[in-house]
Design a protein around this ligand. Structure first.
Ligand code: NDP
Length: 370
């Protein structure tokens, strides 16, 4: 496996196609970070689809040890225990979660519960004195996010949101191209993410307003909002939005099936986005004064493909979850604040925009954000 320093890796990203000299497959653990003297002990809360995706991230992580679970399903507890060699004392039900306060062998809880449970469980984990990673979307409203941030500050624990794309090389490059104005000022962005969910069970929590908070905007559109904000390096000041057609009325009774929106930024840049449950779409495109850059696939798990108006990207495939876990853990272990791009504050900023998008779609009016 290739090894090289994190600094040289990031430097290479700046060379565009120069990155083609790198190994095509690079696990995050190959980064030349100092050898940890202690690992951060992590419990995963809610053992569903994404918790299972995270397993490979923990396996490749150098700074985290997955050593506990919190689950409502005893059969899953037994399966995870057998697979990972978990100790009984690190396995909790939701009712027992507050007892984490008495367990020195768990430092952080990674919350992978349905969206509607993120706030309650962040508050409970913080009250138990443990650091928190909460999945996106952070909560349903900006006010909820503020409460979560305040609770973690009061408890003296750190709060991160599971924004894995900040560690993905194509996205690090998009951010550099946009924020450093490599092709001049970005004027226009298209960002869209959707999946056709025709077979979704009618009782799936993604269709429940109480559990999901909304439709694809909450679950997928948050990536479009995030990427437009970090490529431009600025906050939107206004939004217009429109709901799309409902083609599955037996499913999409409580939450939107389709929504489109346009974010307006102070620089004059505009980002137009769509997110949907009735077709597959996964694209990011930006045009600046002197060139363009784009990815497709762009916002899913990858592997991603992309190009600028001058060259084709050829960045390594990394384990996004491992890189995210290691960055968070290395900061916590050295008593440093986690980076702002994955902080609760970043989640709050996204929720402010998402609330404004819903307000604009509900009223048909341009909504100022500020
Ligand atoms: P799942 O439905 O697959 O898993 C959620 C788990 O939460 C369940 O398996 C269950 O685990 C637990 N749970 C507790 N109460 C309930 C309830 N009332 N209804 C349903 N589940 C319950 O969801 P996902 O794993 O797909 O999503 C979880 C979170 O992760 C979401 O917030 C989602 O947005 C986010 N996510 C993030 C991704 C990323 O790339 N960053 C990708 C996918 C999802 P148990 O049986 O152990 O109690």
């Amino acid at each position: 496996m290739a090894t090289f320093s994190r600094r040289s890796f990031i430097g290479n990203l700046g060379l565009g196609i120069g990155a083609s000299a790198l190994s095509p497959t690079l696990m995050a653990s190959a980064f030349d970070q100092p050898e940890p003297t202690k690992k951060l002990n992590v419990a995963v809360c809610g053992l569903g689809r994404y918790a299972n995706v995270l397993k490979s991230g923990f396996a490749a992580s150098r700074y985290c040890q997955l050593n506990g679970v919190i689950t409502g399903t005893p059969a899953k507890a037994a399966k995870w225990k057998a697979e990972l060699g978990l100790q009984d004392k690190n396995i909790y039900s939701y009712q027992q979660l507050d007892q984490l306060a008495n367990n020195p062998d768990i430092d952080l809880v990674y919350i992978t519960l349905p969206n509607g449970m993120h706030k309650e469980y962040t508050l409970r984990v913080a009250n138990a004195g443990k650091h928190v990673i909460v999945e996106k979307p952070m909560a349903f409203t900006e006010r909820d996010c503020q409460e979560m941030i305040a609770a973690c500050q009061k408890a003296g624990v750190q709060l991160a949101v599971g924004y894995r794309l900040h560690y993905e090389p194509h996205h690090m490059e998009l951010k550099r191209l946009g924020q450093e104005k490599v092709f001049g000022q970005v004027r226009f962005i298209e960002a869209a993410l959707g999946y056709r969910l025709a077979g979704i069970p009618a009782d799936d929590w993604h269709l429940s307003k109480a559990m999901a908070g909304g439709g694809p905007l909450m679950n997928l559109g948050v990536y479009c909002v995030q990427s437009s904000r970090y490529v431009l390096g600025e906050e939107p000041i206004a939004v217009t939005a429109q709901y799309g057609p409902v083609t599955m009325p037996d499913r999409f009774k409580e939450v939107e099936e389709n929504i489109m929106w346009q974010l307006y930024f102070l620089s004059g840049a505009v980002c137009t986005s769509a997110t949907t449950a009735n077709c597959n779409i996964d694209r990011f495109f930006a045009t600046a004064d002197e060139g363009t850059f784009e990815l497709s696939p762009a916002l899913s798990y990858g592997p991603f493909a992309g190009k600028t108006s001058q060259n084709v990207f050829n960045f390594p495939v990394i384990n996004q979850q491992a890189a995210q876990l290691d960055d968070i853990a290395s900061h916590i272990l050295s008593n440093k604040p986690i980076p702002s791009h994955i902080s609760g504050e970043e989640g709050r900023k996204d929720m402010r925009v998402i609330e404004a998008i819903y307000r604009a779609a509900n009223t048909g009016k341009k909504v100022l954000i500020g």
